[in-house]
Design a protein around this ligand. Structure first.
Ligand SMILES: [Zn+2]
Length: 63
């Protein structure tokens, strides 16, 4: 099984697990996508979406 990273459920960006994640594999960590802001739980190298982010190209804020 590959445990090198996961794909963001919102924007599809691939995130590599950091040394911190490897050191805390048994603890639920919150990962925030730096591309779209989506939040994922990361536990034992598995990621689960908590909150969907905004796709950068879909941002339409006008203020
Ligand atoms: Zn993302």
């Amino acid at each position: 099984m590959s445990a090198k990273g996961f794909k963001c459920r919102t924007c599809g960006k691939h995130h590599l697990f950091s040394a911190y994640v490897y050191a805390h594999a048994d603890i639920e960590l919150v990962h925030t996508c730096d591309n779209c802001g989506a939040k994922h739980w990361v536990l034992r190298y598995r990621a689960e979406l908590i909150k969907a982010g905004k796709k950068p190209e879909a941002v339409t804020e006008s203020r």
